[in-house]
Design a binder for this molecule. Structure first.
Ligand SMILES: *Cc1c(COP(=O)(O)O)cnc(C)c1O
Length: 501
């Protein structure tokens, strides 16, 4: 019988890992160089072909060995990646992870502690207890925090804890701003809550007067209301008036959840922390350090002001937390999550906090927010572009002045297909905008100038393609062949809206 492949842990693990790591790192470097931009060229079909070539057969009868498998697949994944470390990859709240955090995550993978029982994670569970308390204390001295897979799970848990806290009195009703993240609506559905009440957010932020009115209308002595406000909207990075909303909640005895998945990073910035004033009044707060925290996913947290609320998650499974084990002093971890097996995501977070300190992290936050301000000013002064608003965080929404909504969507897809820039989109204030979410502290002003040039160029390309096609059709001379050519080169929705049908 041949020797089984080496393991990652133990005293020998690191020596077995070293050459494999070297192979993976080489493939990361070479793959990024082969891509040569923020995104692979050619769209889904071209990427799919390259992945198939690298990955087929998925389960060969006889394996290739570790180095070849790593080289081939890591290279393919890197070459075909949307890489947030490229300044022109700026669509989403998709941060470029810090090298130090990725290195810590490798150690977590090698050790593989599982956070569902003390006997699988003695030190990792102690570290998690310490770090979650410390991060929660940034919001409220009495608070605790749970580690989650991100904003979606944190929001769901917040709804669950609110539902359970309300249970003795009656049902829970959720109120969200029009600007709230979709995961709250989905969470309400998942938990079988009645459909959320949507409160107007006319300027992109939840309107406290409209909230007050909605709560007055709903009334009801047996219903508990949960208001979910947002600190950093996904589309525009806007922060709801948290203190005013907390006042309205207090007046109506409503619970308050604040989704600070994006804006929570401001807690590290001495200059911008004040923008979150009022956050300490929330019952629960969603934080997401794989956004303004530069962690590889996943690195979510739910801060819970009154740790008694966590009793709702208490759960017994004899093999993990038998009563006598708990009585004998083994920490009971099962109530810290709805998951069972759970990665020690706290390690990369703890390492990053220690490595950079508050000042280091705050400087990163300020860097990307300042960058956004400068980019916005540049757009505002630009004759061919229009700015949505001065950014509150690091999201800049803009549009070419001469583009309609359909054209704008085509421009975004053209950039994706060319592999030259990754921008997001948002429909706000009755119009469509291109969205640059700036999370890369290494981005320079020249990168952002390049971004605008690429948008201009792509916009011209899209116009030319559309006008070429319209004139062909209008002149009635378009041969079947020419039409076919247009159809091959343009995705079907690229034609939509430009062709009278
Ligand atoms: C990103 C985001 C979420 C969802 O977080 P995930 O980590 O993607 O699950 C929730 N709320 C807001 C405001 C967000 O920006």
């Amino acid at each position: 019988m041949s020797t089984p492949p080496p393991l990652a842990g133990g005293v020998q693990g690191p020596d077995a890992l070293r050459p494999l790591l070297a192979a993976a790192l080489d493939a990361l470097r070479d793959g990024a160089a082969a891509r040569g931009g923020p995104l692979p060229r050619g769209g889904p079909a071209a990427v799919g072909d390259r992945v198939r070539t690298a990955a087929d057969p998925v389960l060969p009868e006889h394996g290739t060995g570790p180095e070849a498998a790593l080289r081939t697949l890591v290279h393919a994944l890197t070459e075909g990646a949307a890489d947030p470390a490229d300044p022109l990859c700026a669509a989403h709240l998709h941060c470029p992870p810090l090298a130090v955090a990725a290195a810590a995550d490798l150690a977590a993978s090698a050790l593989n502690p599982s956070m569902d029982s003390w006997d699988q994670a003695p030190a990792a569970s102690a570290l998690e207890a310490l770090v979650t308390r410390a991060l929660a204390a940034e919001i409220h001295p009495a608070a605790d925090a749970l580690v989650t897979t991100g904003g979606t799970e944190s929001n769901q848990l917040a709804l669950l804890l609110a539902r359970e806290a309300a249970a003795p009195r009656g049902p829970l009703r959720l109120l969200v701003g029009e600007n709230a993240h979709h995961s709250l609506i989905r969470g309400a559905w998942l938990l079988g809550l009645p459909g959320p009440v949507t409160v107007p957010a006319p300027a992109g932020t939840l309107d406290p007067a409209a909230l007050d009115e909605a709560l007055n209308e709903l009334g009801g002595p047996h219903t508990t209301f949960l208001v979910a406000a947002t600190a950093g909207t996904t589309d525009a990075g806007l922060i709801d008036p948290l203190d005013d909303i907390a006042d309205v909640c207090a007046a109506h005895r409503a619970r308050l959840h604040i989704d600070a998945a994006y804006g929570g990073g401001l807690l590290f910035s001495d200059v911008r922390k004040h923008l979150l004033h009022g956050i300490e009044r929330a019952h629960t707060v969603t934080l997401d350090l794989h956004k303004l925290g530069w962690q590889p996913a996943a690195a979510g947290l739910l801060v819970v002001r009154d740790p008694h609320d966590l009793a709702a998650l208490t759960h017994r499974a004899d093999y993990l937390n038998a009563d006598d084990d708990t009585d004998a002093g083994l920490p009971d971890l099962l109530g810290r999550s709805l998951r069972t097996t759970r990665r020690p995501d706290i390690l990369k977070i703890a390492v990053t906090l220690k490595a950079l300190g508050r000042t280091g992290l705050g400087a990163l936050v300020d860097q990307v927010c300042d960058q956004a301000r400068q980019f916005a000013a540049h757009i505002e002064a630009h004759p061919r572009f229009e700015l949505y608003d001065t950014p509150a965080l690091s999201t800049v929404l803009f549009r070419p002045t001469d583009a309609d909504d359909t054209h704008l969507a085509h421009v975004r897809r053209q950039l994706l297909t060319d592999g030259t820039a990754v921008l997001g989109r948002a429909d706000l204030a009755g119009r469509r905008w291109l969205k640059a979410t700036l999370l890369n502290p290494h981005t320079r002003p020249t990168d952002l100038a390049t971004l605008l040039e690429l948008v201009t160029k792509a916009s011209e390309e899209v116009s030319e393609e559309a006008s070429g096609e319209v004139s062909e059709e209008a002149s009635g001379e378009a041969s079947g062949e020419a039409k076919e050519r247009v159809n091959q080169h343009a995705t079907p929705d690229l034609l939509e809206g430009t062709t009278p049908r």
